[in-house]
Design a protein around this ligand. Structure first.
Ligand code: GLA
Length: 382
């Protein structure tokens, strides 16, 4: 289900016509001050991005144009979207995003070339019920990357080349992980060699593009270290890697359970991560920031799911406070951090409300009516 999106308030529109409004202004007094632009406020730090899909590109266009100067396709550049069946490349929805970015002078991030999810089964299949051979899978990986990166050459300036190759415990993600949706057939067939091969293929297709490794929960010490070792190894082998993406799907509260990943979701741990990756001379992009209002690992009954009514100003203030702390950290490390992207635009459309649980979440800077939340005010205050 996709919620219909309300129109952004007039005040948020950069180009709201003044004629009629001036008449009203005379009658009711001063017009509310226009909401200042987030991207403009951060112009001396880093571009501010948002993940978009084909709907939000239209329904949230006013917010996008006013507050963001970079976009990422939420799904439209993923393997299953651009090559659903072998050799049939479909670029229409992604091309629309590229055109939007160009029209509004925004940067376009490319996401993502090689991932264990959202990749069609044919990629790993020999067509006779078994796995593709190493040679066939490598050829498919190379053809996919050459075609996709080649298509967007000159439009997409940075690619998340490989997404999520390492598990929370620091081991490479294999084809034998317990949960089926955690398994990587890339690794199952090619071992870790698919990672370097993907970066090399991307570089060959567009030598001017920046190439990133993207990962989640990088604040976990074991995972942080494993990603570091992997990147260090790739660089030592002369593999063209230019940066690391920190997804940064955050939560308003850390977990109090040491066995839960969010126990480590602190400013201190994320700072160590940024410093460690920067020590390799790599750029850091925060690629998918949002902030769930639920505590990871805690069980919630449907009756405890928050709604627009029960997401109180106090809860919003708590979220704003934590957003403020993370953005302070990002600004502090502006030498290393060269882009910060939100995974969505406003609370009326977020993967967290659509994902698995169906519980409504409120993770972004703008509310379901596209009005700036306290978190917006907070990260604008410095
Ligand atoms: C990961 C991926 C994103 C997106 C989110 C939420 O973080 O990198 O592309 O799919 O999961 O689903």
């Amino acid at each position: 289900m996709w919620l219909a999106c309300s129109k952004a308030p007039e005040a948020a529109s950069p180009a709201s016509p003044t004629g009629a409004a001036e008449g009203a202004q005379a009658a009711v007094g001063a017009e509310p001050a226009a909401v200042p632009s987030l991207a403009r406020k951060y112009a001396d730090f880093f571009p501010i991005g948002a993940a978009v899909n084909s709907r939000t590109l239209k329904s949230h266009a006013d917010l996008l144009v006013q507050h963001f100067n970079s976009i990422t396709a939420e799904n439209e550049m993923k393997f299953e979207s651009v090559q659903p069946t072998e050799g049939n490349f479909t670029f229409g929805p992604a091309d629309e995003m590229v055109a939007f970015a160009r029209q509004h002078g925004m940067k376009m991030r490319g996401h993502t070339l090689v991932w264990h999810r959202q990749t069609p089964d044919w990629v790993f299949s020999n067509g006779a019920g078994g796995n593709a051979s190493k040679e066939v899978l490598l050829a498919r990986l190379e053809k996919h990357i050459a075609t996709v990166v080649g298509h967007f050459k000159g439009s997409v300036y940075v690619w998340d080349v490989v997404n999520e190759a390492i598990m929370d415990d620091g081991k490479f993600r294999t084809a034998e992980e317990q949960e089926p949706d955690q398994r990587s057939k890339w690794h199952g067939i090619l071992g870790t060699s698919y990672i370097a091969a993907a970066f090399r293929a991307a570089h060959a297709a567009d030598p001017g593009a920046k190439l990133f490794y993207n990962e989640y929960r990088n604040y976990l010490p074991a995972k942080r270290q494993a990603v570091y070792e992997m990147l260090k190894g790739l660089l030592a082998d002369g593999v063209p890697v230019h940066g690391v993406g920190l997804q940064a799907h955050l939560s308003t509260e850390q977990s109090t359970d040491p066995s839960n990943h969010a126990y480590y979701q602190s400013i201190e741990e994320l700072e160590k991560t940024i410093q460690l990756y920067a020590s390799l001379g790599l750029e850091v992009h925060v690629t998918e920031v949002d902030m769930s209002v639920y505590v990871p690992g805690q069980k919630y009954e449907p009756s405890q799911f928050l709604t627009v009514e029960t997401f109180t100003p106090e809860l919003e203030a708590r979220q704003a406070e934590r957003y403020g702390q993370f953005f302070e950290l990002f600004r502090k490390h502006q030498q290393a951090i060269t882009s910060v992207t939100f995974w969505g635009i406003a609370d009326d459309e977020t993967w967290l409300s659509q994902f698995r649980s169906r519980r409504t979440d409120f993770p972004l800077l703008f509310d379901t009516k596209h009005r700036p939340k306290q978190a917006f005010e907070r990260i604008m205050k410095f």
